[in-house]
Design a protein around this ligand. Structure first.
Ligand SMILES: Nc1ncnc2c1ncn2[C@@H]1O[C@H](COP(=O)(O)OP(=O)(O)OP(=O)(O)O)[C@@H](O)[C@H]1O
Ligand SMILES: [Mg+2]
Length: 367
């Protein structure tokens, strides 16, 4: 079943729900051996896209395929793709173990795998408790175990970190990295870039159903340009001195300070000293990825600003980095197999002989 491909291809995908365009002409690919973050604010179209990929919603136009096939064309889908879209769909009276056994039987997987997976996701101590009594994080873990039953080559997870405790998030991060390192494919959605930043290689950022950025996370990082804010005794004199020294990305601010882009604190300090301009303060400001994410997306359902709170990237007035990121970074054209060299496929992602680790709580087994 594992042919080592596991490529997800979304091409010109569109979904219209009556007057609502949930997804509009969306295209991206996810290569085996990589983790792709699918990011966007509430209502951006993430779940709808994943549902189309999993054959749960019919696209209005375009295609979403795994291994070049639509979901209904996959012979035994559970063996190809495991997914977590909704962590609440368990029979509430069924124990975690029984829930997994029912699903295992349905796809022809031996019961032994059920106990392996309960251990893997850290649910062994709760195996005989009713799923209906599980906490949100425990349901997430059970949903992940269910997705993994068929030992799939592709994992599609919608907001999997929702409800997980910090240890669970760290465990999930390591798990997804090791899953991808075996040449498998991971597509994981989130509305928080910081939540998946350490896990993903590539990012697809959507907003209002359209792609705002698609490419390696590293390119997005490199697109951040540091900005230095200087408080000089004489702003016009500093601006002149900087320009004469060839530093041309210089802007005086209304409050007598000067912002300089693409220069270092040392360069600016040296030029100011040479020109005899006293500097009372100098500060390097680096936009983090989260701020860049805000610039690339348009929250559709932003709350009203609270009294006395500055309006910023959460949907209010433009943030201080607005001018820096008017143009989204150029999308990256991916060449299959080039960016993410495939690793030899390993049949089992669990290391042989690995039992539950002591003092792990709900942390699951280590990879
Ligand atoms: N079955 C449906 N019928 C009508 N509209 C729908 C349906 N499913 C989704 N939508 C609409 O499509 C848009 C995208 O919704 P979707 O659930 O895909 O967003 P999302 O990116 O997953 O958001 P969130 O971060 O809140 O989970 C929303 O405007 C939503 O109301
Ligand atoms: Mg969603």
């Amino acid at each position: 079943m594992h042919d080592g491909s596991g490529r997800i291809a979304v091409q010109n995908l569109t979904k219209q729900f009556g007057a609502v365009t949930a997804v509009q002409n969306l295209s991206f690919t996810v290569e085996p051996g990589s983790v792709t973050g699918f990011l966007g604010p509430n209502g951006a179209g993430k779940t709808t896209t994943l549902r189309m990929l999993l054959g749960l919603v019919t696209p209005t136009a375009g295609t979403a395929t795994i291994n070049g096939r639509r979901h209904h064309e996959l012979g035994n889908p559970a063996r190809v793709v495991g997914s977590v879209l909704d962590n609440g769909s368990f029979h509430p009276k069924r124990t975690a173990r029984n829930h997994l056994r029912v699903y295992a039987a349905a796809i022809g997987v031996p019961d032994q795998r059920v106990d392996e997976l309960l251990g893997l996701v850290g649910l062994a101590p709760a195996a005989d408790r009713k799923a209906g009594d599980f906490s949100l994080g425990m349901r997430q873990r059970l949903a992940l175990a269910t997705a993994l039953l068929g030992d799939p080559q592709v994992l599609v997870l919608d907001e999997p970190a929702n409800g997980l405790d910090p240890e669970g998030i760290a465990w999930l991060r390591n798990f997804l990295r090791s899953f991808a390192a075996q040449g498998r494919t991971v597509l994981v959605s989130s509305h928080l870039l910081s939540e998946v930043e350490q896990t993903i290689d590539q990012v697809v950022i959507v907003s209002a159903g359209t792609t705002r950025y698609y490419g390696p996370l590293e390119n997005l990082r490199q697109s951040q340009r540091p900005r230095v804010l200087v408080q000089p005794a004489d702003a016009p004199a500093l601006v002149t001195a900087l320009r004469e020294a060839g530093v041309d990305k210089v802007e005086p601010t209304a409050d007598g300070r000067v912002t300089v882009t693409d220069s270092t604190v040392q360069q600016i300090g040296d030029i100011a000293a040479k020109a005899g301009v006293a500097v009372y303060g100098i500060e390097e400001q680096k936009a983090d990825l989260e701020q860049l994410f805000f610039q690339l997306t348009t929250p559709q359902y932003s709350g009203a600003p609270l009294p006395g709170q500055p309006q910023g990237a959460w949907g209010g007035a433009p943030s201080q980095y607005q001018s820096q990121y008017q143009q989204p970074p150029q999308p990256y054209q991916q060449h299959p197999g080039q960016q993410y060299p495939q690793q030899p496929y390993q049949q089992n992602y669990q290391q042989p002989g690995q039992g539950p680790q002591p003092n792990q709580g709900w942390g699951g087994q280590q990879q």
